[in-house]
Design a protein around this ligand. Structure first.
Ligand SMILES: [Zn+2]
Length: 137
């Protein structure tokens, strides 16, 4: 197996391992009923440009908020909005919008030469729905 495919396999395994080792939303954020995430990817040179996705997380889903880069050649890329979600829930807020730029390298050559950064962008919008508190008043 070539170096590139070994590296890609390792990255994919790490991603899967991270997913497997993440707890369910209900364990981490018991007050949350639903998390709705709108994702819009912008990557001009590829046909997958301007893709839009909506992901809905319910309490039985894993609290795993990493998304793979849409640039299929990207190395060590992807987007992680776990901190944004943690901060939102921690401060009891309901929504947030933002933009991230992929942290990876745009292809294997760029990774080897540590030269070109991946420019895939992600616009995200997070909406948190909380369970209605029943304090038995
Ligand atoms: Zn990327």
């Amino acid at each position: 197996m070539g170096k590139e495919s070994k590296l890609r396999e390792k990255i994919a395994n790490d991603f899967w391992y991270g997913f497997q080792n993440t707890l369910q939303i209900i364990s981490i954020y018991p007050e949350v009923q639903e998390i709705i995430i709108n994702l819009t990817y912008n990557y001009d040179e590829y046909e997958c440009s301007n893709q839009e996705e909506t992901k809905i997380f319910t309490p039985d889903h894993k609290a795993f908020f990493k998304f793979e880069c849409k640039n299929k050649d990207c190395i060590y890329g992807g987007f992680n909005i776990s901190n944004e979600i943690f901060n939102l829930i921690n401060s009891k807020q309901e929504s947030q919008e933002g933009k991230l730029i992929c942290n990876g390298y745009q292809d294997y050559e760029s990774f080897v030469t540590k030269n070109y950064h991946c420019y895939c962008e992600l616009d995200y919008k997070i909406v948190i729905k909380y369970k209605i508190e029943n304090k038995g008043s």
